[in-house]
Structures are given as C-alpha cells and as structure tokens.
Design a protein around this ligand. Structure first.
Ligand SMILES: [Mn+2]
Length: 346
C-alpha cells in the first residue's frame, strides 16, 4: 500500500512544494487546467473552483475541465469559472500545469485524461488511498477528510506568502461544501479538530448561510427519489449472518421515477445504518454495465474489496463500475465474493 502513512512532516513539505509551484505558475502567468474526478461531488467541485479562483488571484490563467454539468445538489454552489466540458465539444487550451483535485491519477479523469497527461507539469491535491509512486507535485494526505481541507491548508499558506487575503466568501462556501459533504455533516470518523477549526474560521471570516447551503447539498429531493428510495429499501436483502446488505437499482427503476443517478450512492450509506450491518453493496445498473457502491464498518475495507474489480476509494466508502455485465451477473458475483472476503477479513 505504498507510502500512505507517511507523517506530518512529509505532508507539510508536500504542501510547501505545491505552494511554491503555484506561486511560480502565477509569476510566469501559466495556464493551469484543473481536473476534479469523474462524476464530481461537492468536494471535487469545491476544490476545483476554489483553486481556480486562488490561482487566478496570484497570476495564473485557469480552466476548470469537467466531464459533465453539475448534478442538482451542486446547483447552488458558486460558479467562479465557467467550466469547460470537452464531451460537449468545448476545446481545452494547451496547459502548462494540470492539477488533479480529489483524485491522484489520470484513470479517474475518464475521457479528460489526455489533457491532464499532455500538460507540461502535473500536480495533485488528494485524500484518497493511493498505490504506487507519486508524482513530484503531489499533496496527498489520506487522513484529511476532504480535498477541500487540503485546499484550505494551501490557500492559507499562499496568503501568508503573498501577504494579502486570498480567501473570499465564495471560496469559503465552496470549501465548506466539500468539507461538510466529505465528513458526512461532521459525523464520520474523519472529522478532526483541524477540519472543524477550518470550518469555524471560514464562518467567522465570512457571512455564510449554512442552512441554505446544507439544504441544497443534502436535503433537497424529489418525490420520485423518495419513491425510488422506498423501492431500494424494499428490495434490500441480508446475507452473511445479516452482516451484509445487498440491494439494487435497475434502469427500469431509474426510468420509472425519472431519477438523476448522481445521488444514488447515498442510499448505500443509509443502508449501513441498519444495526449489525458490516457491509452494504448497492448495485446500480448503468447504460453500459453496473456500478457497485460499497459501504463498510470498521472491520472491513471497502476500497480493498472494490479493487478486486478494478475500483477504489476509501476504507469506509468505495465503488467500482464494471462494464458489460448484467445486474443479475454482478449481484451473483458480489454475493459470492463478499462471503469469501468477510471470512478472510476476520
Ligand atoms: Mn473528497
């Protein structure tokens, strides 16, 4: 598992190195492309938009390159830079620097990967478990709750270097959105004093309407989604001495309720609340295969399980998309494999 657990000094050094790179990029007027992971969430989007604003404030030109338009839960977040979406035909300029946020490798960028790889330099801001050797400008801290937490550290360090304010109200909203999402509204085990201090400082410095932000990020829903949710809970089945819950969402269900399928993973998290549940496997039929959302308790590594199929993520939350497989085949496969994996993780 590489060097995920290197200590605080290494993180400090990595942050400083990335700060120096950003300030150099600003002084030289570099064009920087910013790449959140595929199917970006609030953390990936918040990190990308806030770094775009800060890099422009120190002299860079930036483009934020997305694979899709924002899902409804992110509609209310500030758009500091009109994003480029190559898949709808937007052209991406030649990049001096490509910055991956909330992911560390080109394979998480989908069809945007060539733009990232072809830039003169690459940099990374991430908090996911990683494998293999890191690029020189990688600020990765797997103990950070959010990529936005790491952006806060970088922006704070850059403020001190340039001697003027770089945080703005919009940046504060974006960072809070990433932090509150990736900490599960400050309930997950990744909620640390540091991340809470960051949030406290942001709401101290700027007048932020937290209830409205949280409504748009978490609570806003449609009747169709609630009805789908009911169906998923109905079809959930327990296995492995009730330690595992297996559920599914077919295309037919998604079509029936006219669902945007960006929000479905949260149903996996909800099923994890069932007492005694160690692992949840939520199978979502996609146009080209099946996506499996995995949620796990303390005694099971979801990321490791995802990796058997080529996926990844965090120990408690992970996922994988498998192409050219039916829902029934995927469920038969995971039903078999999870029983074996649970035995070997004991
Ligand atoms: Mn994240």
């Amino acid at each position: 598992m590489g060097v995920n657990d290197q200590g605080k000094n290494r993180h400090h050094d990595a942050a400083q190195t990335v700060v120096e790179l950003f300030l150099h990029a600003g002084a030289e007027g570099w064009c920087v492309g910013i790449f959140p992971h595929e199917r970006h969430d609030a953390d990936a989007y918040g990190a990308a938009m806030s770094m775009s604003a800060v890099l422009e404030a120190v002299g860079c030109e930036t483009v934020v390159v997305l694979d899709m338009t924002a899902p409804p839960s992110l509609n209310a977040l500030p758009i500091l830079k009109e994003p480029l979406i190559p898949e709808r035909g937007d052209s991406v300029p030649a990049l001096d620097l490509a910055l991956a946020v909330d992911c560390y490798e080109a394979s998480r960028l989908g069809k945007r990967a060539p733009y990232y790889v072809d830039a003169l330099y690459q940099a990374v801001i991430d908090h996911h478990l990683y494998e293999g050797d890191l690029l020189p400008y990688s600020y990765i801290d797997v103990h950070a709750a959010a990529a936005c937490e790491l952006c806060y550290v970088l922006i704070d360090a850059m403020e001190q270097r340039v001697g003027r304010s770089l945080f703005t109200k919009d940046i504060a909203v974006l960072l809070l959105a990433g932090i509150v999402t990736d900490t599960g509204r400050y309930t997950y085990s990744n909620t640390t004093p540091r991340v809470m201090r960051q949030a406290a400082t942001l709401i101290e410095r700027f007048p932020i309407d937290l209830p409205t932000l949280h409504y748009h990020l978490f609570d806003k829903t449609t009747l169709g989604f609630l009805q789908l949710r009911g169906d998923v809970f109905q079809n959930a089945e327990r296995s492995c001495n009730d330690h595992v819950i297996i559920a599914h969402i077919s295309r037919e269900m998604i079509d029936r309720y006219d669902i945007q399928d960006d929000d479905l993973a949260k149903l996996a998290s909800e099923l994890r609340f069932v007492e005694g549940t160690e692992v949840v496997l939520l199978h979502v039929e996609t146009p080209t295969g099946v996506r499996i959302n995995i949620r796990a308790g303390e005694n099971f590594n979801a990321a490791e399980f995802a990796r058997r199929y080529g996926g990844g993520g965090h120990a408690r939350a992970a996922g994988v998309t498998i192409k050219d497989i039916t829902l029934e085949e995927a469920m038969a496969m995971t039903r078999r494999d999870i029983a074996e994996a649970l035995v070997s993780s004991e």
